[in-house]
Design a protein around this ligand. Structure first.
Ligand SMILES: Nc1ncnc2c1ncn2[C@@H]1O[C@H](COP(=O)(O)OP(=O)(O)O)[C@@H](O)[C@H]1O
Ligand SMILES: [Mg+2]
Length: 342
């Protein structure tokens, strides 16, 4: 439905030039929520701006619903752009206009009648949960409310595609969550395809079903969220997906200091990377290997049915039983991530 084909873009500066996008190809299916993640300066904004041709690529095609936007004249392009909404990190609202008038702006520009504008704007404000704020000015709104106004404005022309450029990066975690829920709701209820770019893996995990990773202007990986999180190849992806280091609970540090002898009471950190289900791992240790253990802490999350994250286990068997567990973890190939703390 949306195809970016071999897009390249170089910014020419006074003394040198900078390749912001290098042969980028990406396909987005209707109804998807696709996230592009990358560090600052990776080319994310440039990429998302090529989709509605705010940034004109040097080479490559932008094909939306079968039309190559790079070949359209300015009138036709303006027509196509109306069906693509966009929101930004800093909301870009007009401070001199009320909430109502901000949302109404695209409709006014489109010469829609007053009554129809009122109907549409009120409906949109309801969708974003701001019906009561219609007559307020942006300066009296919180960041989350401002982004809701921007979302309502982006929906005014009934787009089929919504582009989100770091839409939650200026918001606190709770507000981020509520905006992401709103985007998900818009995707399901209104069937609007969403392309978002972000530098935060949590945003991707919260709502995206497909992900691409961009680094120095190149897409270095594409796939489902599960594919990307379980990627073990790219160091860049690892940086985005590494979970935090487990802390050993205070109450256990005395056990560690006792040093009961080699192989006894080892604490081990097991990293779950999607291949094995947590419950089957635990039942193997207790039932098949017959080794008693305690789960001390776990930071596990699920993508579909696959689990990712870390688990701190306290093995409580004999030295031999504990050694069997360590050997088993080696065999199922998570040996690199097992550390003896004791
Ligand atoms: N209009 C521009 N002129 C010159 N360089 C630019 C311009 N826009 C972006 N760049 C450069 O292109 C690279 C990618 O920028 P951008 O797409 O904004 O990255 P991101 O959104 O991932 O932080 C950066 O090095 C940036 O400085
Ligand atoms: Mg950017």
């Amino acid at each position: 439905m949306i195809t970016l084909k071999n897009i390249s873009k170089t910014f020419r500066l006074k003394n040198n030039s900078l390749k912001a996008l290098d042969d980028v190809s990406l396909e987005i299916e209707r109804g998807d929520i696709v996230g592009v993640i990358g560090f600052s300066g990776a080319g994310k904004s440039t990429l998302i701006r090529t989709v509605n041709l705010l940034e004109k690529p040097d080479t490559g095609q932008v094909i939306l619903n079968g039309k190559d936007l790079t070949r359209l004249g300015s009138k036709e392009l303006a027509q196509e752009r109306k069906k693509i909404g966009m929101i930004f990190q800093h909301f870009n609202l007009l401070s001199s206009r009320t909430v109502f008038d901000n949302v109404a702006l695209p409709l006014e520009l489109d010469h829609v009648g007053k009554q129809e504008i009122a109907r549409k704007v009120n409906e949109l404000l309801k969708i974003v949960g701001l019906a009561e704020k219609a007559l307020d000015y942006p300066k009296n709104l919180s960041g989350g409310q401002k982004q809701r106004v921007a979302i309502a404005r982006a929906l005014a022309n009934d787009p089929y595609l919504l582009l989100c450029d770091e839409a939650t990066s200026a918001l606190d975690p709770a507000t981020t969550q509520s905006i992401l829920e709103l985007l998900q709701d818009i995707n399901t209820r209104l069937g609007i395809t969403i392309l978002l770019i972000t530098h935060e893996m949590d945003v991707i995990k919260a709502i995206c079903n497909h992900v691409a990773v961009i680094d120095k202007g190149k897409l270095i990986a594409k796939g489902t969220l599960k594919d990307i999180i379980s990627d073990k190849v790219h160091p860049i992806i690892k940086q985005f997906t590494t979970t935090r280091k487990m802390r050993i609970p205070q109450s256990l540090s005395h056990i560690l200091q006792q040093d009961p002898g080699e192989g006894l009471f080892p604490l081990i950190e097991v990293e779950m990377k999607g291949e094995m289900a947590l419950d089957s791992l635990l039942s193997t240790i207790s039932t098949k290997l017959g080794t008693p253990y305690k789960v001390l802490t776990a930071d596990i999350e699920y993508v579909d049915t696959a689990n990712f994250g870390k688990l701190l286990l306290h093995l409580q068997g004999t030295a031999e039983e504990n050694a069997t567990v360590l050997a088993y973890l080696n065999i199922i190939n998570i040996q690199n991530t097992v550390k003896g703390y004791a």
